[in-house]
Design a protein around this ligand. Structure first.
Ligand code: GRF
Length: 193
């Protein structure tokens, strides 16, 4: 059974999709813990499923590195085989990435390498993109630059707002993330950087 720790910052709908999928023993993975950088509303999904949670707030640390060390210690306490960044909105320093690499994956709401960074949906809209989507990738030391594991396209509609487009992307994103974690759990997908 693949043991997974999920890190979130927001509403946790991707986390929820993973928790639901893990209900089936055939899925092959189990969410062991969920962490966040703030008291995110998405932590409620973990609590509903009886999964332990932790919050490591960067505001309580002198440096980003000290924060990341504390976050890493919390993650490693659960001895995960895989760590999933599912809407975790902070850049992780090299020491964190190196400690978990290549078993650290991220979901990003664009077709990378287009529109990396924290405002991928807004940036795709302002660039007038006709198509955007979602990418699941292994995390390396860059921002949204690691090896891609899967991508899926989403069409931009004429009247799309940032929120309508992001909601349609997230429907596809949840399915793709669940599928990638299933493939890793069932050893159909090997991770490397
Ligand atoms: C996702 O689209 C993720 O890729 C992005 O933020 C969103 C998080 O959604 N960076 P949720 O918290 O899983 O609902």
């Amino acid at each position: 059974m693949l043991s997974v720790v999920v890190l979130i910052s927001g509403s946790g709908s991707n986390l929820r999709a993973l928790l639901d999928a893990c209900q089936s023993p055939l899925f092959g993975a189990k969410v062991r813990a969920v962490g966040a950088d703030n008291p995110a509303t998405g932590l409620e999904h973990a609590e509903l499923f009886g999964v332990p949670t932790f919050v490591v707030d960067p505001g309580r640390f002198e440096t980003r590195e000290a924060w990341a060390d504390a976050l890493l210690a919390n993650v490693q306490h659960f001895e995960p085989d895989l760590v999933v960044l599912a809407g975790f909105m902070r850049i992780l320093p090299a020491n964190f990435v190196q400690a978990l690499s290549p078993n650290l994956i991220n979901t990003h709401p664009s077709l990378l390498p287009a529109f990396p960074g924290a405002h991928a949906v807004r940036d795709a809209l302002s660039a007038g993109a006709k198509t955007t989507g979602v990418t699941i990738h292994v995390v390396d030391e860059g921002v949204d630059t690691g090896p891609q594991l899967a991508q899926r396209e989403v069409q931009v509609e004429v009247n799309d707002t940032q929120s309508s487009l992001h909601e349609r992307i997230k429907v596809v994103e949840r399915e793709l993330l669940v599928d990638v974690v299933r493939q890793i759990a069932q050893q159909q997908l090997q991770l490397s950087v």
